[in-house]
Ligand binder design. Structure first.
Ligand SMILES: NC(=O)c1ccc[n+]([C@@H]2O[C@H](COP(=O)([O-])OP(=O)(O)OC[C@H]3O[C@@H](n4cnc5c(N)ncnc54)[C@H](O)[C@@H]3O)[C@@H](O)[C@H]2O)c1
Ligand SMILES: [Zn+2]
Ligand SMILES: [Zn+2]
Length: 328
């Protein structure tokens, strides 16, 4: 924990947000492990949060002091080649900057560039807790489902029943998936996916390829890889049927091997990435309508002062921890 000066408006399009709740993302752990080359030394971590606008730059049109907002994990200009195509993760003047290249939300106040694009107003009926995950992991789950180009009735496998995987399962169902197969090494998380009605089948990785073929003969129509484990990339391309989409949402800490000679003719479509978090408004509406929920994700609450204990618990995944709400 260090003291830093309060953030101020640097460009007319910035806003300063008073954080009311933030969370810790597995991607923060990847930074701490030194596995995110883009991350700047000494940056304030954190990119998953909600709060209140305390100051809006003179060019900010849609937000004013006092607005309750959820904040996108990515900042984006809205005008460059990539933004115009919805690929905001590659915005030439933005992308994943908060808590990586510029100071993030594990602090009382944050400067958010391009506030008109990165903030989403919260209706009175949506609480800060309801909206805490909109800008990051819910967006990531939604994006994973979007990448799969789901057709009604498709069978989708989601590897990893962590926060991102669980969000992806809900979003895949909402996009018309018929059957969802969840794969994880963690029994409790698999049970949760089943009990919440997000997954129709739950499997441990061992022999999952054979088990899946008893449900869908040729393999699954699409795979969302949200685990990033030792062998989960391999599982992903093995359980996919020919011509399937394999959406790689997980952030790997190591290089992965693709045995191209062996898989020649399988004609898979790999999509790799960092989320394009451009649907926050739609996601808030879906929460409002009760079609999506992330409330079950908050298993622990800590005060901001105890953030070190929160990090420890989150990394250990002890006490069945899924996500932590840090209260300011
Ligand atoms: N692409 C993006 O923009 C984006 C955004 C947010 C998070 N992420 C990444 O998505 C990934 C998932 O995030 P999360 O918060 O849900 O993480 P998490 O670690 O809580 O969940 C991963 C799950 O995968 C399971 N798993 C690990 N190894 C496995 C294995 N060998 N076989 C089967 N299951 C295994 C774990 O038990 C866990 O439940 C992370 O890598 C995170 O950095 C990416
Ligand atoms: Zn994240
Ligand atoms: Zn841009």
């Amino acid at each position: 924990m260090v003291e830093k000066p309060l953030p101020v408006i640097q460009r007319h399009t910035d806003a300063v947000i008073k954080v009311t709740l933030s969370s810790i993302c597995t991607s923060d752990l990847h930074i701490i492990h030194g596995c995110v080359p883009a991350a700047k030394d000494g940056v304030v971590l954190g990119h998953e949060f909600v709060g209140e606008v305390v100051e809006a730059g003179s060019a900010v049109k849609n937000f004013k002091k006092g607005d309750r907002v959820s904040v996108n994990c990515e900042t984006f200009c809205g005008e460059c080649f990539f933004c115009k195509r919805g690929f905001i993760n590659n915005c030439i003047d933005g992308g994943w900057e908060l808590g990586c290249k510029i100071d993030g939300c594990q602090a009382e106040y944050v400067r958010v560039p391009f506030a008109d694009n990165g903030l989403t107003k919260l209706p009175d009926s949506v609480s800060y807790e309801n909206a805490l995950f909109v800008g990051d992991i819910l967006s990531s789950g939604y994006w994973g489902a979007e990448l799969c180009e789901i057709k009604r009735g498709d069978t989708i496998a989601v590897i990893g029943a962590g926060p991102v995987g669980l969000c992806a399962m809900q979003c895949a169902k909402l996009s018309g998936a018929g059957k969802i197969i969840a794969i994880d090494i963690n029994e409790q998380r698999l049970e949760l996916a089943k009990n919440l009605g997000f997954a129709d089948f739950i499997f441990k990785p061992e022999n999952c390829e054979e088990k899946i073929r008893t449900i869908t003969k040729y393999g699954v129509d699409a795979v969302i890889e949200a685990a990033g484990g030792e062998n989960t990339f391999e599982i992903a391309y093995k359980i996919a049927r020919p011509n399937a989409v394999v959406a790689l949402v997980a952030m790997y800490e190591k290089n992965q091997i693709l045995p191209l000679p062996e898989m020649y003719g399988k004609n898979l479509i790999f999509k790799t990435g960092g989320v394009d978090a451009v649907h926050s408004k739609d996601l808030v509406n879906l929460i409002c309508e009760g079609k999506i929920t992330t409330d079950f994700l908050i298993t622990h609450r800590f005060s901001f002062d105890s953030i070190k204990d929160a990090y420890r618990l989150f990394e250990e995944k002890s006490e069945n921890c899924l996500k932590i709400a840090l209260q300011y």
